[in-house]
Design a binder for this molecule. Structure first.
Ligand code: FAD
Length: 468
């Protein structure tokens, strides 16, 4: 079969493109080299839906950020992802930073960020009593929010799939050639043919582009490290707290997550290895030291895990969304604010692809997608009714996050085949003990539901089997 569109990459950008393209009456295949969606940068970032004050006015980043922020706020009830509009503050600590704050305010207005407020020291400390008393002033951006990046990626994919998009996981694209009007993709899972190819391969988007495009690009992995604090710290800050942005990025933040933890990070270091998501003491010390400038009392004894993610930094600094040769499209160099921008990138790329294919919209399209029920968050009577209808919702498997067997079975029904796949869909293993208690129990459920032996259950990709 020759697909109308093949998307390379199952991160938040590739799935957002699939979600928007699935509105058209065309055949779509998403290929992802890992064993699940959201295994690249989309799984390790700050999870902020940025308001849009930071990108250079007129850039693609600025346009995509503003539109993406608006779409994420509007689509929450349609696609049912975990998003809280908590607002963000940028703090100024010196006279120089007061000048920069005003520049940032003007830039925000020029970019079209709505509702920017200027706060004085008293108002800042009234809203956020745990911030440093040294703060002089701040900007508040009410449209900023916090999102679970996994839930957004799965929401895009599940809706695309409901509208007939297909996916091939464990399918690594090794080479692309063009024969007449048809692209021939050589992959680890056989040959795939397509009328159009969309490159959403994250830090590998340069390799994919350079297989075909006359214009070569370079993507540098820019690593950012984080520490995540226990939910005992819930409420330490309510909004997302930024320091002044620099050339290296938006700086170290202290923020609640969409699920009530406190997240601190990231740093920003260019590295050579596109796979190196390690953390080290130097990076984590820097992150913790920097965060204390904003919030001196942040309790680092409550760290439950640390992690890092790789920004796909392009040479020119702006997103690369183009068609360098007929039928081949790039969504490359999608560093921050790529998570925020993802629905807007999906919208823009799908318009470019559908124009090229002269595709028509489907007459029957499913707009809505429902997420997996969160039994612990239901009102008691509703939770009791759910357990009456299916007793597995009364069997708690992950004690930290109160995740039931019913939710884990539903995650597997929706495509989870690994421990991480379950964790990212329903949070079993995300809590204080980081899976110390529930891992063997989730493995038993995976083994039972997938009819495979326990020895073949993996943490994520090939080679990460837990038992020998
Ligand atoms: C430290 C950090 C903090 C960030 N914070 C924010 C934030 O707060 N807000 C925000 O808006 N953005 C943020 N971002 C940016 C955001 O995370 C990214 O822009 C976004 O996740 C990029 O998504 P993607 O789909 O392009 O890439 P990815 O998620 O990396 O997906 C690319 C996929 O392509 C697959 N792939 C690669 N090569 C091949 C191949 N040959 N064949 C098949 N598949 C292939 C990979 O396996 C991967 O799954 C942050 C990024 C980092 C690193």
């Amino acid at each position: 079969m020759i697909y109308d569109a093949v998307i390379i990459g199952g991160g938040v950008v590739g799935t957002a493109i699939a979600w928007q393209l699935a509105r058209y009456d065309i055949s779509i295949l998403l290929v992802e080299r890992e064993s699940d969606f959201c295994e690249g940068t989309s799984k390790a970032n700050s999870g902020i839906v940025h308001s849009g004050y930071d990108p250079i006015p007129g850039s693609l980043k600025a346009k995509m950020n503003i539109r993406g922020n608006q779409m994420i706020r509007e689509l929450r009830d349609v696609l049912d992802y975990d998003f809280v509009q908590n607002g963000a503050m940028v703090l100024a600590f010196s006279k120089d930073e007061l000048v920069q704050l005003e520049t940032l305010r003007r830039q925000g207005i020029e970019n079209g960020v709505p509702g920017i407020e200027v706060l004085d020291r008293d108002e800042i400390l009234r809203r956020e009593p745990n911030l440093s008393k040294d703060v002089l002033s701040a900007l508040f951006f009410p449209t900023s929010g916090i999102i679970c990046p996994f839930s957004l990626t799965y929401a895009f994919w599940e809706n695309a799939h409901a509208n007939n998009a297909e996916a091939r996981l464990g399918c690594d694209v090794k080479n692309i050639e063009k024969n007449g009007d048809i692209f021939i993709l050589t992959t680890s899972a056989g040959v795939v043919e397509a009328r159009t190819v969309i490159n959403a391969a994250g830090v590998y988007a340069d390799l994919i582009n350079n297989m075909l495009s006359p214009r070569k690009i370079t993507i540098t992995p820019r690593r950012g490290e984080y520490v995540l604090l226990d939910k005992t710290e819930r409420g330490f800050v309510k909004s997302t707290i930024f320091q002044m942005p620099t050339a290296a990025g938006k700086g170290v933040l202290v923020t609640p997550t969409a699920h009530g933890n406190i997240l601190v990070g990231p740093d920003s270091v260019d590295i050579a290895d596109k796979e190196c998501t390690a953390t080290d003491s130097e990076g984590l010390d820097y992150v913790m030291r920097s965060a204390r400038k904003s919030a001196p009392e942040v309790n680092f004894r409550k760290i439950i895990t640390s992690f890092s993610g790789l920004r796909a930094h392009p040479e020119g600094g702006d997103f690369i969304i183009d068609m360098p040769l007929p039928g081949f499209f790039n969504a490359a160099g999608i560093e921050s604010p790529g998570l925020t921008s993802s629905p807007a990138i999906g919208e823009m790329v799908s318009e470019m692809v559908s124009d090229y294919l002269k595709a028509k919209k489907k007459s029957r399209y499913i707009e809505e997608r429902k997420g997996i029920v969160k039994s612990a968050l239901l009102p008691p009577a509703e939770r009791a009714r759910l357990i009456d209808s299916d007793s597995r919702y009364g069997n708690i498997i992950c004690r930290c996050e109160e995740i039931s067997e019913g939710e884990i079975v539903e995650a597997i029904r929706r495509g989870a085949t690994t421990l991480d796949g379950v964790k990212r869909r329903v949070r079993a293993g995300m809590g204080r003990c980081q899976g110390g208690f529930c891992t063997p129990r989730v493995m038993e459920i995976l083994s039972r539901e997938l009819h495979v032996p326990m020895e073949s259950i993996r943490k994520n990709n090939r080679g990460s089997e837990v038992l020998v």
